[in-house]
Design a protein around this ligand. Structure first.
Ligand code: SF4
Ligand code: SF4
Length: 445
């Protein structure tokens, strides 16, 4: 169904529906769309190996994504919409090709199969040729980037439908790898059971993609609006062991850095011209972080945590990403904010040659056996219990507007944005009775 709404109506609908960035960060979409942009890029790169959400979603929900993009363009004043996706997503490309001839302000940008094609700043450069300033956001060059799922949710929001489902891929050591819509708040164990169950003892779950996701063994954690995948791995897997390294060990081993510079030469942000040189921070760690200048430490603000240096580039398995992550945490705790403002950056001339093929990445991450289809499953999945966190986004937790014992309907508002704060509203993803209100709202059927 197509709707004609004013700018104010669209923003209000997005707020009411609780739309947040579906690409992982969970930034409230109504705040992002308050900016005035020239171009909206729909990020359909889905560059994390093993995930199959965006590529299938684009071929299944093509009309809705286009309509959502038009609403995003209308609200931000953008005159151009560009859907950026990889050439290997042939079904999605075909689906868009049937619609785009009647949408003169929207086009496709076909990308190669490299990582991290979906990194916002890499994507903006690839699609527009503009480099986002160091420490800046795409809006600094007139661009807003929105994930496929976000734009789809914008369409639904403008049709009065709140965000209560999260499409995600369930793969790895499960009986039936699949991709499906899951009610927000569904427990991980229930999603895994729907995928036929786990095949191994002592499984570890990566939430998100293998490069940037976090690990958990707690099957009672709920799926949130920002989850794009659950990847089940043995506890002995390379990725699990890597995630479990503690900072003390990481810093100690950093002294073994050979200064080969591969981490820097393959770093996507260095390639964009940013002053980020992971081999330098490793050398500094070798001499003792206490001797580092603030300027050196503040490189950490430029790292997008893509993980290439730690998981792919380093021949001796050192962890520049984690070093930057640790430094960044300390800087923030000390109240130091990003000092980087450099504009007019010139990408390194070898940028395209140094891109990392997603195929090579799959091999290096030792996930070839899990690189399977995970087909879309349309079956309605309604769990008997959901745990809906009040904080699933960047900003303040929602304020619950229900209490224990209340009966709620699917789609009903259960948490609102605190007055004068940034955040996102939340809604009941199943009908039932509220059995607990704490940092989450728990609903049982
Ligand atoms: S994680 Fe490593 S490769 Fe990625 S941006 Fe940071 S330093 Fe560069
Ligand atoms: S790739 Fe590894 S060994 Fe080479 S400079 Fe970077 S951290 Fe050091």
């Amino acid at each position: 169904m197509k709707v004609q709404l004013s700018r104010g109506d669209i923003l209000k609908s997005i707020i009411n529906a609780g739309v947040v960035g579906g690409g992982g960060a969970g930034f409230p979409t109504h705040i992002k769309y308050k900016g005035h942009a020239e171009i909206i890029i729909v990020n359909g790169a889905e560059c994390e190996p093993l995930l199959r959400v965006d590529q299938q979603f684009m071929s299944l929900k093509t009309e809705e994504i286009i309509e959502g993009l038009k609403m995003a363009m209308s609200v931000t004043g953008a005159t151009k919409g560009i859907i950026a996706l990889k050439g290997k997503y042939k079904d999605a490309i075909k689906a868009f090709e049937t619609i785009l001839p009647r949408e003169p302000s929207i086009s496709m940008h076909i990308m190669g199969n490299y990582y991290p094609a979906g990194d916002e700043q890499t994507l903006v450069y690839e699609v527009t040729g503009k480099v986002v300033p160091e420490g800046g956001i795409p809006l600094a060059v007139g661009v807003i980037v929105s994930n496929v799922v976000t734009v789809y949710n914008v369409f639904r929001a403008c049709n009065g439908k709140p965000v209560i489902l999260r499409p995600l891929t369930v793969t790895g050591e499960v009986e039936k790898p699949l991709t499906l819509n899951v009610p927000v708040g569904t427990l991980i164990k229930d999603v895994l059971a729907f995928a036929g169950g786990v095949k191994i003892e002592n499984p570890v779950i990566i939430r998100g993609g293998p490069m940037m996701g976090s690990i958990t063994t707690d099957m009672d954690q709920p799926v949130t609006k920002t989850d794009s995948g659950l990847i089940v791995l043995p506890s002995t897997h390379y990725l699990v062991k890597n995630r479990r390294l503690d900072m003390k060990r990481i810093l100690k081993h950093s002294m073994m850095c050979e200064q080969c510079s591969y981490c820097t030469m393959l770093c996507p942000r260095y390639m964009l011209g940013h002053n980020l040189q992971p081999h330098m921070i490793m050398r500094i760690v070798g001499y003792g972080l206490e001797n580092a200048s603030l300027e050196d430490l503040c490189q950490a603000f430029l790292c997008c945590q893509c993980g290439l240096c730690s998981l792919f580039s380093c021949p001796v398995d050192l962890q520049p990403r984690e070093v930057y992550g640790g430094i960044l945490k300390e800087l923030k705790e000390k109240g130091i904010s990003n000092p980087h403002k450099r504009k007019d950056l010139v990408p390194r001339p070898f940028m395209k040659l140094h891109r990392i093929s997603a195929y090579g990445l799959v091999t290096r991450l030792e996930v070839s056996e899990y690189d399977v289809k995970a087909p879309w499953n349309d079956m309605e999945f309604t769990p008997s219990r959901v745990v809906i966190p009040l904080l699933q986004h960047i900003g303040c937790p929602s304020i619950p507007v229900v209490k224990t014992g209340d009966t709620v309907k699917r789609g009903q508002l259960i948490g609102v944005i605190p007055e004068g704060s940034n955040g996102a509203s939340i809604h009941a993803s199943i009908s039932g009775r509220v059995v607990e209100v704490s940092s989450s709202v728990v609903i049982e059927r």
